[in-house]
Ligand binder design. Structure first.
Ligand SMILES: NC(=O)c1ccc[n+]([C@@H]2O[C@H](COP(=O)([O-])OP(=O)(O)OC[C@H]3O[C@@H](n4cnc5c(N)ncnc54)[C@H](OP(=O)(O)O)[C@@H]3O)[C@@H](O)[C@H]2O)c1
Length: 332
């Protein structure tokens, strides 16, 4: 197959609103050592892409300035040192940028096979959320069967995966906050024991009541700010607080008496700057522990709406309304 020298990509012309996203022609990337070149069939949209567009989340050194952190498609070329994957293989991949394009390079260890029966859109909806949820809920948060969890933003791309995986791994009670009753119902349909409409209910009071003041074992937090102290107040003894975003601020006033008294763990992580080796280790764990659930149809990404690549600005406008439940996708 001949690979064109130029490709279509969506560029962030300047920091700003969705309209700064423009389709442009760029040189088709060539795979470096250990990388594959993927002809992109679909790409996922994530909240961090919106932050990057606004100028608040610059790509790490060496990463493409084109947005897009996850893709699915067919491998059309391989770099030196690639030994597991071949031209023609269909994969989904976690990338550090460059996903909103017709071609994108990915390190071999960050590629995973398409689960059985999955479309390209479904496969592209997985890497960013599944790597993030796996690492933060199960590796850092150490959630095990029978333990309870509070997932903030339960209807988000991340939240819908966290609920399903917590359920699939036999968590006890699964609480999920979301910004409307409909979103709470969606969380409950995915496996949450109780959706909490954070705009009308006090999640601290709901959890204290539902757990007879024991609290939950793990909190997955994407809100930050004043939520952090509230989260700590409803963690059980030996509980784990895992931060993955700080939508309400990076600064919090926290009572560390509770951290000592309940022997809490406060942790968190950001996926994008992690090394290829670290992401490769997460991919290997996902393939072993989570891919069988996907192959068996027990867990599926929730796709809210799909747009053609050229309508990336429209897709970002939808992301900003926060009316979506699950993932917003681009097809190429
Ligand atoms: N650390 C990492 O490695 C990593 C990786 C990927 C994503 N993230 C972060 O994870 C979050 C989810 O990403 P996504 O792509 O899935 O985005 P998304 O679908 O746009 O989700 C954002 C979510 O935050 C919820 N939210 C906002 N304020 C809230 C509040 N006060 N209480 C409870 N929930 C609240 C929103 O709920 P409503 O719409 O109902 O208000 C929405 O569901 C983003 O903040 C993103 O930056 C982190």
């Amino acid at each position: 197959m001949t690979i064109p020298q130029t490709m279509t990509a969506i560029e962030i012309t300047e920091p700003g609103g969705p309209d700064v996203l423009r389709a442009v022609s760029r040189p088709t990337p060539t795979p470096a050592t250990g990388e594959v070149l993927i002809q992109v069939a679909a790409a996922g949209i994530n909240r961090p892409d919106g932050l990057q567009r606004k100028g608040h989340y610059p790509p790490p050194p060496g990463a493409s300035d084109i947005p897009g952190l996850e893709i699915a498609g067919k491998i059309v070329a391989v770099g030196l040192g690639v030994n597991r994957l071949r031209v023609g293989d269909e994969v989904c991949a976690l990338v550090t940028g460059g996903g909103y394009a017709t071609y994108c390079v990915a390190p071999e260890p960050q590629c995973l096979p398409l689960p059985k029966g999955f479309s390209m859109v479904e496969a592209a909806a997985m890497p960013e959320t599944f790597f993030t949820v796996w690492h933060n809920v199960f590796e850092r948060g150490r959630l095990v069967a029978g333990e309870s969890i509070l997932i903030h933003g339960g209807s988000s791309g991340i939240g819908t995966v966290a609920i399903q995986l917590a359920k699939a791994f036999n968590a006890g009670a699964i609480f999920a906050t979301a910004g409307s009753r409909d979103k709470c119902h969606a969380c409950e349909k995915l496996g949450a024991t109780r959706g909490i409409d954070y705009k009308h209910e006090d999640f601290v009071a709901v959890i204290k009541q539902a757990t007879a003041n024991r609290g939950v074992d793990v909190v997955l937090d994407m809100v930050g700010g004043d939520y952090i102290q509230k989260n700590l107040s409803i963690l059980a003894v030996e509980g784990r607080h895992v931060s993955i975003a700080t939508q309400r601020g990076v600064v919090a006033e926290v009572n560390f008496g509770a951290v000592m008294g309940k022997r809490l763990t406060v942790t968190g992580s950001g996926l994008r700057p992690r090394s290829v080796a670290e992401k490769g280790a997460m991919a290997a764990a996902l393939k072993e522990k989570v891919w069988p659930l996907l192959d068996a149809g027990k867990v599926k990404p929730v796709i809210f709406k799909t747009f053609p690549l050229a309508e990336a600005a429209e897709a970002h406008r939808l992301l900003e309304t926060s009316t979506h439940i699950g993932k917003i996708m681009l097809t190429v």
